[in-house]
Design a protein around this ligand. Structure first.
Ligand code: PMP
Length: 337
């Protein structure tokens, strides 16, 4: 990585990326195919968002958009904020993170521990809303001296990070055999960057996004325009939008599936019950999509289906894992939602 001041970042930055992919036997047996999981919680900040955070910071420093000791500013559901904070602090900068009030307490605690200055905002509805994380972050950065808004929703380095690192890693780790890529869509950076890279290697690969019911990107993908009436919906932390981010590139994406919040919660418990791994909320949404749409997805036994797990359940104990797992919940996984 071409970053200045090499001695300062030695312990965190080389550890970003190169996360494992593991075959999940219990899911592979159920869906009669090969289900692989990319476990992004092995990144130092315990999420995939360390990757765009590093690229955005590196780019700003290289283009001299910020001077040493300045403040990196981000609007985040928590994970990008943590990546930005961790890397900024390691390189001698400060971090100011605007999170929405729906952000889990565990993520806020993590941000505090990492040394971020935090502002809690009403929503993350985009720059048109004065109370949103994005608007407030942008306004703060404009007024503050020596501050840079990394702006994951519009920064081209977000897609580039996944195009340059996550995509090639997946291609190599699956020995060029991946047939399906499934991931949650928030800013769109992951699916756009990984999707673009994988489609360049293999045109017939399936690139499928997952978002909460009521989010608008499924409609946007099908019609290339936002729906006329945008209704409030139940977001799942990290995914779901009521505006089209600049880092969402529809080009490589074949389809976006929608799932409910409750089935996603049940999927998280079900996965935990079967694997002893507590996955994150958006990872659980990807699992819920398998249940709801496996009749449409129609996998073949030789397929290599990769599920992208951006973060870990330790960020969502209060939201997902506070109740003991019971059979009723597990069996309810198939209920539509
Ligand atoms: N899941 C989680 C937990 C996230 O933090 C994010 C990023 N907001 C996503 C999924 C979506 O990733 P992307 O922004 O690249 O679409």
């Amino acid at each position: 990585m071409l970053l200045p001041n090499e001695n300062n970042y030695i312990s965190t930055i080389p550890a970003i990326g190169d996360t494992p992919i593991r075959r999940c036997d219990f899911l592979s047996n159920i869906y009669k195919t090969n289900i692989l999981i990319k476990e992004e919680f092995h990144n130092p900040g315990m999420s995939s968002k360390d990757r765009p955070a590093l690229f955005m910071i590196q780019d700003a420093i290289q283009r001299q958009r910020i001077q040493s000791g300045g403040t990196f500013v981000e609007a985040s559901s928590g994970n990008t904020g943590l990546g930005v904070t961790m890397i900024a602090r390691r390189l001698g900068y400060k971090a100011k993170i605007f999170v929405s009030k729906s952000c889990s307490q565990e993520k806020i605690n993590k941000l505090e521990e990492a040394g971020a200055s935090i502002e809690i905002c009403d929503n993350s509805n985009g720059l048109q809303d004065f109370q949103s994380t994005q608007f407030r972050a942008q306004s703060f950065a404009a007024k503050e001296e020596n501050a840079f808004f990394t702006n994951q929703y519009y920064n081209t380095q977000n897609i580039r990070a996944h195009y340059k690192t996550t995509g090639p890693e997946i291609w190599e780790q699956t020995s060029n055999k991946i047939t399906h890529f499934l991931c949650g869509v928030g800013t769109g950076g992951t699916i756009s960057g990984v999707g673009r890279f994988l489609k360049e290697q293999r045109e017939d690969i399936h690139i499928w996004g997952i978002e909460p019911k009521g989010s608008i990107l499924q409609h946007y993908l099908a019609h290339r325009t936002a729906p006329e009436n945008i209704q409030p919906f139940e977001a799942i932390e990290g995914i779901g939008r009521n505006f089209v981010p600049g880092s969402f590139d529809p080009q490589p994406i074949d389809h976006i599936f929608q799932v409910g919040k409750e089935p996603s919660k049940r999927a998280a418990l079900w996965y935990y019950q079967n694997t002893d791994i507590q996955c994150g909320f958006s990872s659980a949404a990807v699992l819920a999509s398998l249940h709801k749409y496996s009749h449409i997805m129609q996998f073949n036994p030789e397929d290599q289906v990769l599920l992208f797990f951006p973060d870990h359940g330790s960020r969502y104990i209060s939201k997902l894992y506070s109740k003991p797992v019971d059979e009723e919940v597990i069996n309810a996984i198939n209920i539509d939602g």
